[in-house]
Design a protein around this ligand. Structure first.
Ligand SMILES: [Zn+2]
Length: 119
């Protein structure tokens, strides 16, 4: 039997961790609930010379890549929590069979069984 309370606490922990990581590389979009934006680097700093500006852009691109990855994972975690509320958690969205418990423990946000895992 799938241990929902344990998996739920794993999901909530991961959600908290993702949100704290996101707060370092981005900020919450005030317009769209649950959406995050990469943190812009201040390119207008008075001390910025051409080299600082270039590295500022690099930092921004790096932040943006991390932000996109973290946000995608956060969406998966949130979706899994929603499925728990709806009692549809732990069922493969492709074949509707129960998702293997080992897979759920490795990735509590999994929406597919091992046979239908993506990537
Ligand atoms: Zn499946």
């Amino acid at each position: 039997m799938t241990n929902i309370p344990e998996l739920k606490s794993m999901l909530l922990e991961e959600k908290a961790r993702l949100e704290s990581e996101l707060s370092h590389v981005g900020f919450k979009n005030p317009e769209i609930e649950g959406d995050w934006q990469p943190a812009p680097t201040d390119l207008n700093e008075p001390t910025a010379d051409i080299n600082d500006t270039a590295s500022g852009i690099e930092v921004f691109e790096n932040n943006a890549a991390i932000e996109v990855e973290l946000e995608a994972r956060l969406l998966e975690v949130d979706a899994a929590l929603v499925r728990m509320e709806a009692n549809t958690y732990g069922v493969c969205r492709v074949c509707n069979n129960p998702i293997e418990e080992a897979r759920l423990h490795a990735n509590p946000a999994a929406a597919t069984c091992i046979a239908h895992r993506e990537g």
